[in-house]
Design a protein around this ligand. Structure first.
Ligand code: HEM
Length: 413
């Protein structure tokens, strides 16, 4: 029987810089239930994958609240907006996701993401030029943070001058997704701030959506609000909660992939050198990063809506489940030499974007952003090195990444 507080060890900030020994220990009991009212922790690659495809596992926020997870209670979390499709089951999930996809990717908008390549490169160039004569930067504040928020705002059609406002709203919303927050002494404050931020963001977007309904432009918000396909139209409230979802789901995650990416490359300089010589290597590097240092470490928002047997253990209906993606990604049952960062490995079918019906909607965007960001940083920073290793981390155990990443360099190419 492993240590009785594995769940606490995962959320314990002391393990944030290197949670992988905890995951290794966790995998010894692939289905772990430590406390009577606590969640079942699933850590093997194959079990996680199977459960992500199992219709008896619900993402519905109402089921989670019924299972006793009041910290993630539906009304608390949504701040007046209906739940987004991330927190819904079929058929509602599928209907909303299909409509959203009509505004985002193939077959209706096959070039929407690819056509942003030039814009993304320009934003990256501007940010790197902005380092000026500095010989040391904080990659998080000066690069990784502003980049994806700018891209998602442009994709949706948010005016540039409003972009800074998003950071003040998005921060508390992201913090509220952490299973470790919302349960301490400052419990009520946390939830209140998150709810208020969501409401402000909602109100701002409502105005913008009305504008786009009257005068559509070539942006995703206009497509979302004016879509009239076989699935019908989204209501105004559905457009709002979908837009808030896209802003939140695509923000901190991409910041962390870029930051974890540079940190890993600076720890493995041979790949930084190879990337500088061959930007095409960024494709494999990004996939291996999603396996080796995934920005979403675990999915804590699932409930069983029927009894499920996993490895001889019956998980009863009504139980909560944590799917520890980062543990599955380093499962030796699935990957050879899993603790090694190896972008040359032939098969990198990671769980970094989840799997099944809720698998990451924004994956093509996140991939392209990170490939461009890392290859440009590798190309332009002269002799980069880490200022501090390990860097200081954020509190969040679910969306894990450094709070700052100091990089010193000799100049810009
Ligand atoms: C590196 C960056 C990213 C990572 C690691 C990531 C990871 C994930 C994961 C693991 C899930 C599954 C959650 C679950 O099963 O409950 C997910 C879902 C989702 N992601 Fe991402 N994501 C990233 C970027 C983005 C971007 C850029 C967007 C939007 C523009 C986005 C939008 C979404 C949405 C809407 C869902 C919900 C899908 C559904 O419920 O059907 N993500 N993401």
């Amino acid at each position: 029987m492993p240590h009785a507080s594995m769940m606490r060890q995962i959320t314990d900030f002391a393990n944030r810089a290197n949670p992988y020994p905890v995951y290794e220990e966790l995998r010894r009991t692939p289905v772990l239930h430590e406390e009577e009212d606590g969640p079942y922790l699933i850590s093997s690659y194959y079990d996680i994958k199977a459960l992500l495809h199992d219709p008896r596992i619900s993402s519905d926020a109402a089921n989670l609240a019924a299972a006793g997870d009041d910290a993630l209670d539906q009304t608390e979390e949504t701040g007046g907006l209906p739940p987004s499709f991330l927190r819904l089951d079929p058929p509602e999930h599928d209907r909303l996701r299909r409509i959203a996809n009509g505004a985002f990717g193939p077959p209706h908008r096959p070039r929407r993401i690819e056509s942003m390549r030039g814009q993304m490169r320009d934003i990256v160039t501007e940010l790197i030029d902005g380092f000026g004569d500095a010989r040391q930067i904080d990659l998080v504040d000066q690069f990784a943070y502003p980049f994806p928020v700018t891209v998602i705002c442009r994709l949706l059609g948010v005016p540039r001058e409003d972009e800074p406002k998003f950071r003040t709203w998005v921060d508390p919303l992201v913090a509220s997704l952490d299973p470790d927050t919302g349960r301490g002494a400052d419990d009520t404050d946390h939830r209140k701030t998150a709810r208020e931020a969501r409401m402000q963001l909602g109100m701002y977007l409502a105005e913008l959506v009305e504008e786009r309904a009257r005068e559509p432009r070539d942006d995703m918000l206009s497509d979302l609000v004016n879509s009239r396909g076989p699935d019908g139209a989204m209501t105004m409230m559905e457009v709002l909660s979908t837009s808030v979802l896209l802003l939140i789901a695509g923000h901190e995650t991409t910041v962390n992939l870029i930051t974890n990416g540079m940190l890993t490359l600076l720890r493995h300089p041979e790949y930084l050198r190879r990337l500088r010589e061959d930007p095409g290597l960024s494709v494999n590097i990004v996939e291996e990063l999603l396996r080796y240092e995934p920005p979403v470490q675990l999915v804590p928002q699932r409930t069983c809506i029927g009894d499920i047997e996993v490895r001889g253990v019956t998980i009863p209906k009504g139980s909560r489940i944590w799917l520890v993606l980062a543990a599955g990604n380093r499962d030796p049952e699935r990957f050879e030499d899993p603790e090694r960062f190896d972008p040359d490995r032939g098969d990198i079918q990671h769980l970094g974007f989840g799997s099944g019906i809720h698998s990451c909607f924004g994956a093509p965007l996140a991939r392209l952003e990170t490939q461009i960001a890392l290859s440009e940083l590798a190309r332009r920073l002269e002799s980069p090195r880490l200022v501090e290793d390990p860097p200081p981390y954020r509190q969040n155990a679910v969306l894990r990444g450094p709070r700052h990443l100091g990089i010193a360099f000799e100049g810009l190419r």
